[in-house]
Design a protein around this ligand. Structure first.
Ligand SMILES: [Zn+2]
Length: 434
């Protein structure tokens, strides 16, 4: 038997949101001289350094002062086959799909090409501090398997699935409902709940899925308890009009998914930029989460997300980078973009640093139904940690030297920290990026 783990005590200012700051005051917890005790890959204690050291005199201390500790970032909407289409500016959703995204997605038919992209993709997640991601796989089983395999090697938490479509895209991206069912089942058997991997049933969007394909999704979810679900919803007005034409029986976009039982806790629908009041109410009632992707919404001109209406109705919201419709892998930048767009939206909310941190961490854990495991530094949770330290000559360092309180420092981190400031990333206490 191995010796008991006496614990590793990290010393640095730390921030986390063990509660929802949209619902409760003082949800942001910060400790200027913070301590984080890790034992057997879990958070054993978090809070004031001296208090934790006194209670755990045998723990090994690592002094990380000069930097900051945050919970691992959680990206709830991102497409692995779109890494190489980042930067395709100047189009709106449907043209961008046809001209930029779908040609590259078709290249994923080549398994060795897909594997190269998967390797770069998981590296980019880790190097930006993302420890958990809900990822659209490829339209091909082998490419999606490659993502799961590279995800497992990386140590990150990857929730993903083969993307299902049987119309409206390019023919080479279409499956039949029968092949979709077979491939999904094979992937679920190989990867669901293996290590840190989870499987998510992933119809691309109502526009590209027939009723028979949505029925396949429903069947998969019924047959395999614990699967997650992801798709797109109400992103673009032309898309919404087209969905209305294809499903004349549906009173709105969400109703298409609801007809097939697709939604509820552990389901994440991206965007919802143009919801009806009824859709917002039904999302709240079912516990379906919305992945808000402000960089993508601006880059594709999709529109301004009504964060206030969602929060007021009680819809779960989290953040997604939406690579490649978005502008990169940085979840800190995504939270800043949410702040910026809310500042200019007609009914915008004024986000504070605690709310931005919550949206980039715990909110994602809640959306994925993983908040018992990750999302903040409460004792018992997995030690998924991002260590942020600005390069000495960067403007962020100059700002932080003068920060008068933790909240000011956190706001500066969201404003100025890029991948160059992500120094160390841990999942369950083990370093996955340095
Ligand atoms: Zn997307």
């Amino acid at each position: 038997m191995s010796a008991p783990d006496r614990g590793k005590l990290l010393r640095a200012p730390l921030f986390h949101t063990p509660r929802n700051p949209f619902l409760q005051d003082h949800a942001l917890e910060s400790h200027w001289d913070g301590g984080l005790l890790i034992r057997d890959g879990r958070i054993a204690a978090s809070g004031d350094f001296e208090t934790i050291r006194t209670a755990n005199p045998t723990a090994t201390i690592t002094d990380l002062r000069g930097g900051f500790l945050l919970p691992g970032l959680v990206d709830t909407h991102i497409h692995f086959p779109q890494l190489r289409v980042l930067g395709g500016l100047g189009r709106t959703l449907l043209d961008w799909l046809e001209e930029c995204a779908l040609p590259e997605e078709a290249r994923m038919a080549d398994e060795s090409y897909a594997r190269q992209i998967a390797q770069r993709f998981v590296h980019a997640l880790a190097s930006h501090g993302t420890t958990t991601a809900l990822v659209f796989g490829a339209h091909f089983a082998a490419a999606t398997a490659a993502l799961f395999e590279e995800g497992a090697k990386s140590g990150l938490r990857i929730v993903s699935g083969i993307v299902l479509s049987d119309r409206q895209l390019r023919p080479e991206l279409h499956q039949t409902p029968e092949s979709a069912y077979r491939d999904s089942n094979d992937l679920i058997r190989c990867f669901h709940a293996r290590g840190r991997l989870l499987y998510a049933v992933t119809p691309r969007f109502a526009l590209s899925t027939s009723e028979a394909m949505l029925e396949v999704c429903q069947t998969l979810i019924r047959e395999h308890p614990g699967l997650r679900f992801q798709t797109h919803l109400n992103e673009n007005t032309r898309e919404i009009a087209e969905v209305a034409r294809l499903f004349p029986w549906a009173p709105d976009y969400l109703a298409v998914y609801e007809r097939f039982g697709l939604g509820g806790r552990g389901a994440v629908m991206a965007h919802n930029v143009h919801p009806t009041p009824s859709e917002i109410e039904r999302l709240a009632a079912s516990g379906t989460a919305v992945a808000h992707c402000p960089c993508s919404n601006a880059a594709l001109g999709s529109g301004l997300f009504s964060l206030k209406r969602h929060v007021k109705a009680g819809v779960r919201i989290a953040l997604g980078t939406d690579v490649g419709g978005g502008t990169g892998f940085g979840m800190l930048k995504e939270a800043l973009q949410a702040y910026l767009l809310q500042r200019i939206a007609p009914d915008g909310a004024l986000l504070d640093a605690g709310q931005m941190l919550y949206l980039a961490t715990r909110a994602g854990a809640e959306a994925l139904d993983l908040d018992h495991e990750i999302g903040d530094f409460q004792p018992g949770k997995a030690a998924d940690i991002v260590y942020i330290k600005s390069p000495a000559d960067a403007p962020l360092s100059a700002v932080l030297e003068r920060a008068e309180n933790p909240e000011q420092a956190l706001a500066a981190i969201f404003t100025l920290a890029g991948a160059e400031s992500i120094r160390e990333v841990r999942v369950e206490g083990a370093i996955v990026h340095k």
